[in-house]
Design a protein around this ligand. Structure first.
Ligand code: XMP
Length: 533
């Protein structure tokens, strides 16, 4: 299994990854290229069943040794009649396991098993509803009319032998088809997206009802098993871990510390580009509360001197990344007997690296230490490499990390340097930190923090005229950015209440010297990006 994810270890840095799939009931999702494939895996895991994503052409050996209970064929952009259209490998049909085909997954199921798919005259895209014509275990507990979300051009004109049709929609005579004997299910819609309101129940019917998975994939189990695996991997060795202040590295470090205690040393490079009070919180949490060995490097000056007069966002990123690696390497070398490096790599990073066909796992830029020299020969400890962000948060909570750390919004590696437009100076960073804190505090006070994917302030390099009391002011404009998203690929600007925006604006202009104007960013992604640089 692991080899398909292209996590081939390099000679100098052997990766001994934990393998949580072993011993757990598993649902395998074959990826045919839909933008929602990862969402299917997340939904299955929300049911406490481990879910593994594999490329559509993964060889059958991938699942040997695993307790696979069922297979899901994802959607995808292809048509079964395209030249070289991806098809399910024969081992899927030979496995004797229940199979659920979603959208394109259903069409290829029909195509490969003797049914007929024809190009639709009209593309069915967006909200739709299906009518159930007979009881079916996949739709157990649902009404006869079900709101769904469709995204397909081709449709089934004839279902394969052994199947029966259980529901239709305006454009699809066969919106749900089932072969009860072989336990094959095909659905034309996407149950994994929020726009199919009862989609979670449909997936639950498949995973728990049809595949009979009881759900043993829980935070508690994961922690216990990870601890055992980390101990087995590390033995009496010494592990170093870079802390960024973010959730992933914090949870990875806490987990490794739970396993091996003082054999772990964390290195926190404070680049001076963090939010107000963040550096103090990292130090407090890890030293005072958790008693973890921590090397705290105060490197603000080094980062700021590298950023002097730099205005190009990509140059900022490169300079920050290089400075980080240089400092981290120096500190890591000082820990003489270190033989492992702990990283907070997550499942989406692993999948992304694999699906881009890279020969080895690409590591996230900046703080995730892409550039330690090979002569350091460090083995990788990546206890979160099979987890999604929401699972990491649950583990963090179970490990007793502070709530504000566990639920912190994602924060870019280059930090506030890419939220100060143009040249970065200490003065501007301090101004931004105060404005940003007001945004955070007011959003939290309104109870909206967890509803948002990210929220923050951006300091522009535009100055405008204002009036305060009897005085003319000439100060910077600050942008407030708040977005909702499932992941960072797309995002919508958050419809924050006007009263909240008014309060934020009022407080920033009154409390942050040098800022006299606040604007709210109402651009979604695409076409905008979440960050301004
Ligand atoms: P954009 O601005 O591209 O951001 O919509 C998508 C997500 O990525 C974060 N981001 C970064 N994270 N290094 C990082 O570690 C970076 O250089 C970087 N740039 C953007 C951003 O905060 C959002 O979550």
């Amino acid at each position: 299994m692991a080899t398909v994810m292209s996590d081939a270890p390099t000679e100098s840095q052997p990766t001994a990854a934990l393998d949580p799939a072993k011993g757990h009931e598993t649902i395998v999702v074959l990826d045919f290229g839909s933008q929602f494939t990862m969402l299917i895996a997340r939904r299955v895991r929300e049911l406490n069943t481990y879910c593994e994503l594999l490329p559509f052409d993964a060889p059958g050996e991938c699942i040997s040794g695993l307790d696979v209970r069922g297979i899901i064929l994802s959607g995808g952009p292809s048509s079964v009649y395209d030249e070289g259209a991806p098809l399910a490998p024969q081992w899927v049909w030979d496995s004797g396991l229940p199979v659920l085909g979603i959208c394109y997954g259903m069409q290829l199921m029909a195509h490969q098993l003797g049914g007929e798919v024809v190009p639709g005259t009209e593309r069915e895209y967006g909200p739709a509803w299906i009518s159930r014509s007979a009881p079916c275990p996949l739709l157990d507990g649902l009404d006869d009319d079900i709101d769904v979300w469709m995204s397909h051009g081709d449709r089934l004109s004839k279902i394969p032998p052994g199947f029966a049709s259980f529901a239709s929609s305006g454009n699809s005579p066969h919106a749900v088809m089932v072969d009860p004997k072989r336990q094959y299910y095909g659905i034309q819609f996407h149950p994994e997206v929020v726009h199919t309101p009862r989609g979670k129940e449909i997936l639950k019917n498949f995973v728990q009802g049809i595949c009979r998975s009881e759900g043993t994939w829980t935070a508690g189990n994961f922690i216990d098993e990870s601890i055992a695996a980390i101990r087995a991997q590390v033995g009496s060795g010494r592990v170093i871990c870079g802390l960024s202040g973010g959730v992933d590295s914090a949870v990875a470090a806490a987990l490794v510390h739970r396993a091996i205690g003082d054999q772990l040393t964390c290195i926190f490079v404070d680049n001076g580009l963090l939010r107000l009070g963040e550096a103090v919180q990292v130090v407090e949490t890890f030293t005072r509360n958790m008693h973890i060995n921590l090397v705290h490097v105060e490197a603000e000056d080094q980062f700021l001197s590298q950023l002097a007069e730099v205005t190009n966002p990509e140059t900022k990123r490169v300079r920050i990344g290089n400075t980080f690696i240089r400092i981290f390497e120096e500190e890591a070398r000082a820990i003489e007997d270190a033989n492992f490096l702990c990283q907070g790599t997550l499942y989406p990073d692993v999948i992304e690296s694999a699906s881009h066909g890279a020969g080895s796992v690409k590591i996230k830029t900046h703080h995730n230490v892409g550039g330690l020299p090979p002569d350091m020969k460090l083995g990788l400890v990546e206890p979160l490499r099979y987890l999604f962000k929401d699972e990491v948060r649950r583990i963090g909570e179970a490990l007793g990390l502070p709530e504000e750390m566990v639920w912190r919004h994602p924060f870019p590696g280059p930090g506030l340097a890419i939220r100060v437009i143009g040249e970065v100076t200490k003065e501007k960073l301090d101004m931004l930190r105060l404005a940003d804190r007001i945004v955070m505090d007011e959003i939290a006070a309104a109870g909206l923090y967890r509803d948002l994917w990210q929220s923050f302030a951006v300091l522009t390099d535009t100055k405008s005229v204002g009036v305060m009391g009897d005085f003319r002011t000439y100060g910077y404009a600050v942008v407030v950015r708040a977005v909702v998203a499932d992941d960072a690929m797309t995002a919508d600007w958050a419809r924050l209440p006007h009263d909240l925006l008014a309060k934020i604006s009022n407080r920033i202009v009154n409390e942050v010297h040098g800022i006299n104007r606040v604007v709210y960013d109402i651009t979604s992604k695409p076409p905008g990006t979440i960050e301004w640089e």
